[in-house]
Design a protein around this ligand. Structure first.
Ligand code: AP5
Length: 212
């Protein structure tokens, strides 16, 4: 099962992609997570991407395409994947089709998660992540048992550098200008299902499963 999740920053793609990947027993591939890990580890890839991510802009296609190619060729993705954060523009969508086409594969479904801006901003500004294991929390919707500490590893909970108000505004602008066009593209291809994301994690997850 080859699935792509699209939708604005903070709408809940990562939350749903992780659950769905576990249910379907395929890898969850998040280009944002891979880039953040490279930044944390200070690799050459991380140094190239860090400033762009902190500004809320898109990392150059050449960099993310390379990451994706490696992932899609891996044995782990042989039976499918849940892609979260890629493609991010029309060029990346063409690249994805090309990569899959090389081995006679095609996308099965694209899920578009949608929610009003106010919901998105509340989700992003309240998100906290564990510095050690990167587990995600939310100060209101998914609070940890102990303030500021991860339930799983007791690591410190921090705010992502791109979840500051000025960067959130830029990320939303970039989404409208560069990513939203994908919704129309995949609708024309008959792959798209729209799922209202202004609901509980459980309800959204059930609708996604039903739409596959
Ligand atoms: P990326 O990591 O992909 O960020 P994003 O698309 O902006 O999405 P987020 O991770 O911020 O949010 P999400 O939709 O996954 O929401 P989440 O589930 O966490 O990319 C980061 C950056 O990397 C980009 O800006 C860019 O620079 C670069 N990049 C990545 N891919 C790229 C590409 N292909 N090309 C170029 N550059 C690229 O949920 C958010 C919060 O809400 C959490 O706290 C969660 O607990 C809570 N929540 C989730 N669902 C619910 C719910 N139903 N009810 C209540 N709370 C909820």
């Amino acid at each position: 099962m080859r699935i792509v999740l699209v939708g604005p920053p903070g709408v809940g793609k990562g939350t749903q992609a992780k659950r769905l990947a576990e249910k379907l027993k395929v890898p969850h591939v998040s280009t944002g997570e891979i880039l953040r890990e490279a930044v944390r580890e200070g690799t050459p890839l991380g140094s190239k991407a860090r400033e762009t991510m902190e500004r809320g802009d898109l990392v150059p296609d050449s960099i993310v395409d390379e990451i994706l190619r490696g992932k899609l060729r891996s044995k782990a993705c042989e039976n499918g994947f849940v892609l979260d954060g890629y493609p991010r523009n029309l060029e990346q969508a063409r690249t994805l089709d090309g990569f899959l086409g090389e081995s006679g594969r095609r996308l099965k479904r694209v899920i578009d998660l949608e929610a009003p801006d106010a919901v998105i901003i509340e989700r992003l500004s309240g998100r906290r992540s564990c510095r050690e294991c990167q587990a995600n929390y939310h100060v209101k919707f998914l609070p940890p048992a102990r303030d500021g500490r991860c339930d799983q590893c007791r690591g410190e909970l921090i705010q992502r550098t791109d979840d500051r108000p000025e960067t959130i505004r830029q990320r939303l602008k970039v989404y409208v200008e560069q990513t939203q066009a994908l919704v129309e593209l995949y609708e024309e291809q008959g792959l798209l299902r729209r799922v209202a994301a202004d609901r509980s994690v459980e309800e959204i997850g059930q609708e996604i499963l039903a739409s596959l």
